[in-house]
Ligand binder design. Structure first.
Ligand code: GDP
Ligand code: MG
Length: 596
């Protein structure tokens, strides 16, 4: 297709404002998905995306659309909206010339509407404002058109009004994309340059690499080269997703599609890399992506120690799919061999873990998440701590913790509650603006450690779900932090150590000891649980001894009940972990490490 007839666009919005649903209608209206095959959130392929109703991976689909008798090819890239996945959004944006900025007409602008808009502006994208869900009785398109127009500097009439659910107004959106989005520009005669914006490992086809061609042309059977490593591969298949993979004779300037080289090693196809022809290679790489920086670290350990090699293999494969995931081997006294992994946030952690368990059949324990601390010792030596159990015991001069610039958007009636919450999380107020009469933007700087745990849940519950949150790195600052250890029967359990603010250490110790007391079943002997800062004990609980014979509980009872109990006990055994001489159920780890 000639570049003049191509439009590359994405859809950005706050989570749940209806991107995937609007994408569904476009697939239907352009006829690429037959009515019979249609199902909701068509592009959310992963089970976990479908169950949670959220988009994790970006998706690229090619759709035909005719305007004034000219046949255009629209490449749509659906993006995730959650704050943890901003890096996916920024990768998608770099492959597009235009974007739909979608706003729920019953909700108005939210924190990620702003964050995504700024990303789009940074990438010089043409922005088409769209109010969605106009079919809802609670929709107030007039009101929010004013808000949206005020934000991006257009007229309220310029905001399209659509319903992704009913399909109303969706054709007008497609027409507008053709009319307003610039077509891609590139040098067709130059050596090929294509940007990798996603890579997926497929059990049958090996590595599938998604690219956007900037210059030149890529064709099947050619030898291609990865510019960053110089590695060459033969192109076995090249094609477009529409939305099923469809082989083509090649991809030219501005086109978006996939490549298959038969490579099985997932590290050879890095997101952000430039693909070129091996015979006539380009010299200048395309501006890659900023490498996403992990913000939260946690240890992942197989419950069954012999799964360690399988876990490493699974992480290697996931890494290809997820540029933001980092990991290195870790050994824990309590949990054995595993990996210290870095994530963008807690949702990212949860999702990686869930994918490892589901897609690779692993049973895992994850330890308490930790941010990255910069520690300076009295002797001026400096190092990073991402694992509380590596926190130094010697003379510390200073500890610095990451802080984030936080934006909360809330209806004005909850301003007091939000301020109180932010203050309790060591937040410092930086500013406050009324976006409209009843919508307020609050800006704080806050330690990341306070945000990653349960800030979002608390924010939601204190504002009846109406507030929204976004944050970005803002460097680091010194803080008065201590390491709290948890001892079971006198042995420190490295998996439960945490670095916390001194003012909160006591509360943390009491809380953890109390939780563990309820979570760890009685043993054959008495088990003291202690929380300590260094050698100072700050909290203590005791699990009293008990005979473990569960069958004695139902003597004389019916056999099937006994058998059930036995089976339950067996099932339980599998999920037990020995910590020193104490048996700890996996659930105790998970429950103790989750906040409530
Ligand atoms: P995304 O997170 O932006 O991809 O949002 P989804 O497309 O997954 O939609 C979130 C929720 O809003 C789902 O329950 C959809 O059914 C619903 N939804 C999306 N678009 C519309 C719409 O136009 N009208 C109505 N009434 N509901 C919608
Ligand atoms: Mg979605």
């Amino acid at each position: 297709t000639a570049p003049e007839l191509i439009r590359n666009f994405c859809i950005i919005a706050h989570i749940d404002h209806g991107k995937s649903t609007l994408a569904d209608r476009m697939l239907q209206i352009t006829g690429v998905v037959e009515p019979r095959a249609m199902r909701a959130q068509y592009l959310d392929r992963m089970d976990i995306e479908r169950e949670r109703g959220i988009t994790i991976k970006s998706q690229a689909v090619r759709m035909p659309w005719e305007v004034d008798g000219r046949a255009y090819a629209l490449n749509m890239i659906d993006t995730p909206g959650h704050v943890d996945f901003t890096y996916e959004v920024s990768r998608s944006l770099a492959a597009c010339e235009g974007t739909l900025l979608l706003v729920d007409a019953a909700q108005g602008i939210e924190a990620q509407t702003l964050a995504n808009l700024y990303l789009a502006l940074e990438n010089d994208l043409t922005i088409i404002p769209v109010l969605n869900k106009i079919d809802l009785p609670a929709a107030q398109p007039e009101k929010y058109a004013e808000e949206l127009a005020g934000l991006i500097g257009c007229e309220p009439e310029d905001c399209l009004r659509v319903s992704g659910k009913t399909g109303e107004g969706v054709e007008a959106v497609l027409d507008r994309i053709v009319a307003e989005t610039p077509h891609p520009v590139g040098d067709a005669d130059a050596p090929a340059r294509a940007m990798i914006f996603d890579s997926v490992y497929d059990t049958y086809r090996g590595v599938v690499t998604y690219v956007r061609v900037v210059d030149g042309k890529l064709a099947p059977r050619e030898k291609i080269e990865m510019l960053s490593t110089g590695a060459t591969h033969e192109l076995l298949e090249i094609g477009v997703s529409s939305p099923e993979p469809t082989p083509s004779k090649g991809l030219g300037v501005g086109e978006v599609g996939y490549l298959i080289t038969g490579v099985k090693d997932v590290r050879q196809s890095r997101v952000g890399d430039t693909v070129t022809n091996a015979k006539k290679p380009a010299t200048q790489a395309l501006g890659g992506y900023r490498d996403p920086k992990p913000m939260v670290f946690s240890g992942l350990f197989p419950i069954d120690g012999s799964d360690y090699p399988a876990l490493r293999d699974a992480l290697d494969k996931l890494k290809l799919n997820d540029a933001a995931l980092v990991y290195e081997p870790e050994t824990s006294a309590a949990l054995g061999f595993g990996f210290r992994c870095g994530f963008l946030g807690l949702l990212h952690l949860e999702i990686v873990r869930e994918r490892l368990e589901r897609e690779f059949g692993l049973d895992l324990i994850s330890t308490a998440p930790s941010v990255v601390y910069q520690v300076t010792m009295e002797d001026r030596s400096e190092f990073e701590v991402t694992n509380p159990s590596e926190y130094p015991a010697g003379k510390i001069r200073e500890v610095r913790e990451p802080i984030v610039r936080t934006t909360v958007l809330t209806p004005s009636e909850y301003v007091g509650a939000v301020m109180e919450l932010c203050q309790s999380k060591r937040g410092q107020m930086k500013g406050m603006d009324y976006l409209s009469e009843d919508r307020v933007e609050l800006r704080y700087t806050m330690p990341l450690a306070e945000i990653v745990f349960d800030f979002f849940d608390q924010l939601k519950s204190k504002t009846k779900g109406y507030a929204s949150l976004d944050y970005e790195n803002d460097g680091e600052q010194a803080a008065d932090l201590v390491k709290v250890d948890i001892l079971l029967h006198g042995d420190p359990v490295d998996a439960f150590s945490a670095i916390v603010h001194r003012d909160k250490a006591y509360a943390y110790g009491v809380m953890m000891a109390g939780k563990l007391k309820d979570l760890i079943p009685r043993q054959q002997f008495e088990v003291p649980i202690q929380a300590a800062i260094g050698s100072r004990i700050i909290a203590r609980e005791t699990i009293r001894a008990m005979r473990k014979d569960v069958l004695s509980k139902c003597y004389g009872g019916d056999i099937s009940r006994k058998r059930k109990l036995l089976e339950k006990q067996k099932e339980g055994k599998k999920r037990m972990k020995m910590v020193g001489s104490v048996e700890v159920p996996q659930e105790a780890f998970i429950a103790a490490l989750s906040s409530d």
